[in-house]
Design a protein around this ligand. Structure first.
Ligand SMILES: C[S@@+](CC[C@H](N)C(=O)[O-])C[C@H]1O[C@@H](n2cnc3c(N)ncnc32)[C@H](O)[C@@H]1O
Length: 256
């Protein structure tokens, strides 16, 4: 039996299809604008971007007035692109490092005002996700905020494997697929698919991991879907996702 490709291999191979400076992927419309919105006022702030990819969200954060952004990603190709874009755009306060978010350990405690992880946790097991959340908690200032998005845990079981977004759950059900990897695809509006994967977790696992990591306030939780604006913009592309829960956004505050 063929060994599954590593996440690094998948992202190194398709880094070119992720590079973008405007909304291209389905989730650029349905999720990432909400991350920016939920970060609120970031003027003059230092922001951590775990699983930053080629830096699309990081660049928007700087455009919105943050003082600095520090991004890490396990794909050397994605980080290379993030660094090249930062150089081209002369973003002198953007720093990027190729590293595994689970073992990364570079900064002293309370170094950042806010942190994001945009579709990182779907590559990690529950145990790895809890480790990363614990690290994020320690790196955030006493009034810090953590915003992250994940694929909606129910989506793999609700949709057939058809564009513009799906995960293959095979024979696994919502409860017996826990920590199993579901391969998937998400489409760009120009018809190009990119490969994604989801290490399946139930809704409860996110709450349990946040609590274990020391986030002791209830998170804000938003289930994200296509909106009427998306459908009006491009009914052919967004129409097949109408009525499905696509992603979940969590926002949690530090309470020291
Ligand atoms: C779906 S992409 C999202 C990239 C970026 N956050 C965005 O929104 O455009 C997921 C990213 O997580 C990275 N990743 C997966 N596992 C990782 C890990 N253990 N440590 C750091 N990065 C990881 C991948 O290399 C990939 O760039």
């Amino acid at each position: 039996m063929n060994q599954p490709l590593s996440t690094e291999t998948i992202y190194n191979a398709q880094a070119g299809n992720w590079l973008r400076s405007e909304k291209v992927l389905l989730s650029d419309f349905t999720a990432r604008p909400r991350v920016l919105e939920e970060l609120g006022d970031i003027a003059g702030q230092d922001i951590l971007d775990f699983g930053c990819g080629e830096g699309y969200v990081s660049r928007m954060i700087l455009e919105n007035g943050a003082r600095s952004i520090f991004g890490i990603d396990s794909s050397a190709e994605m980080i290379g692109q993030a660094q090249a874009m930062a150089a081209e755009l002369e973003l002198s306060t953007a720093s990027y490092t190729a590293a595994n978010a689970v073992t990364f350990d570079q900064f002293p405690q309370k170094s950042f005002d806010k942190a994001i992880a945009v579709f990182l946790f779907n590559y990690l097991t529950i145990e790895e996700m809890t480790q990363v959340m614990t690290k994020v908690r320690s790196l955030l200032a006493s009034t810090g905020t953590f915003v992250f998005t994940v694929p909606h845990p129910c989506l793999p079981f609700m949709r057939e494997e058809t564009p513009p977004f799906y995960f293959e759950h095979g024979e696994k059900s919502y409860f017996d697929g826990i920590n199993q990897t579901f391969e998937g695809k998400i489409w760009r509006r120009d018809g190009i698919p990119v490969s994604v994967r989801c290490v399946h977790k139930t809704f409860s696992h996110y709450f349990e991991a946040l609590k274990a990591a020391g986030f002791n306030l209830l998170p804000q939780v938003n289930e994200l879907a296509v909106t009427d604006e998306h459908l009006a913009l491009d009914p052919e592309f967004f129409g097949p996702m109408k009525g499905y829960p696509l992603h979940v956004l969590f926002k949690v505050q530090v309470n020291d």
